[in-house]
Ligand binder design. Structure first.
Ligand code: TRP
Length: 333
């Protein structure tokens, strides 16, 4: 009975590294408001960012900025728990325990680990390897039901489920086994320069649109976006990745089906398509940026919000952590 009534728990995280992109917005942030009837936690995954070398001042600035972006995108910080991972020590504490229930073999098969070790060959640290375990701890601490993520994070949610099931298999039902939630057609916005690759905040500035980009930057970046030479507006991600990416952005922001978008654009040139995409992006981002500017201007209020929400998160996390400590046999006072 109680179970049927229980509100779902939704957990997601974003790393405060790099600028938040239109891809993050479309693939993640924008969908967060879909979960109004659930208990939602949105974590600024600052501990995860340390797996790659960060500039400390930049990291601090970006963390506050990301918190303000969350709120500006429409997440009410009284209804949703928006907080900073490092403010809740239970994340790191549970990660240690779960490390002892995770195999080297499964971690070494993670595609993100392989990609990132290639990209940062001079700094293949243990944290990079262990990244999925910290992420599993984030999720499992809150008895999460649903994890909204981009497709690239699906494998991490899967290993989280494996770890949870393994732990539950030994100790009984300690963790809720979470499901990933991957928005269908719109999950992946691609790089403007290399449309075969995901739009990424860790790539050069001109390959992505940042949520806080000014209208003139948005227009300039889209004008330069890579297309192809056949000149026809058609949705075909295989052979026309650049044009298809622009069409995806347009259809998502205009809340149209791809068919509607393509037929509205049919026969026009790429210049017109880019213009239409620019206008749609600017129309979407302008009100967000206005709210953002107000929020970031009041640091005291922003910090108070983060403090309050870290308390709320910690109260929930502590319950799970205590249970885990007890189950594994750590001496309780
Ligand atoms: N690894 C995620 C990313 O890079 C961010 C993240 C950290 C996360 N902890 C999480 C996402 C927990 C979902 C759930 O996008």
């Amino acid at each position: 009975m109680e179970n049927a009534e229980k509100r779902k728990v939704v957990f997601s995280g974003i790393q405060p590294s790099g600028n938040i992109t239109l891809g993050n917005y479309i693939g993640a942030l924008r969908n967060f408001t879909l979960f109004d009837d659930a208990d939602c936690l949105y974590c600024l995954a600052d501990l995860h960012t340390l797996t790659v070398r960060q500039n400390p001042a930049e990291l601090r600035r970006r963390t506050a900025s990301l918190a303000a972006i969350y709120v500006a995108c429409g997440l009410d910080p009284d209804k949703n728990i928006i907080y900073c991972q490092s403010h809740v020590p239970a994340h790191a504490e549970l990660a240690w325990i779960l490390n002892c229930y995770t195999y080297m073999g499964e971690l070494s098969r993670m595609t993100q680990f392989k990609d990132k070790s290639q990209k940062h060959a001079d700094n293949i640290n243990a944290g990079l390897f262990d990244y999925p375990v910290l992420m599993a701890s984030d999720i499992l601490l809150y008895q999460t039901d649903i994890v909204p993520v981009g497709v690239d994070q699906k494998q991490h949610v899967e290993i989280c489920r494996d770890i949870a099931q393994r732990f539950n298999g030994i100790y009984g039902d300690v963790f809720t086994v979470p499901e990933p939630y991957i928005p269908k057609a719109t999950a992946k916005i691609m790089s403007l320069a290399e449309p075969e690759r995901k739009m990424s905040k860790s790539d050069p500035e001109d390959t992505y649109i940042a949520i806080l980009d000014k209208p003139e930057d948005i227009r300039r970046k889209l004008k330069r976006a890579v297309t192809d030479s056949d000149g026809e507006i058609r949705f075909d991600p295989e052979t026309k990745p650049g044009v298809s990416n622009l069409l995806t952005i347009l259809s998502v922001l205009k809340k149209e089906t791809m068919k509607e978008t393509v037929s509205a654009m049919q026969g026009l040139g790429y210049g017109a398509l880019k213009e239409a995409v620019s206008e749609a992006v600017i129309a979407e981002l302008t009100p967000i940026q206005q709210r953002y500017n107000e929020i970031i201007a009041d640091k005291d209020a922003l910090n108070a919000m983060l403090g309050r929400n870290a308390e709320r998160a910690y109260a929930l996390a502590r319950r799970t952590l205590r249970k885990v400590y007890k189950k594994v046999g750590l001496y309780q006072l």
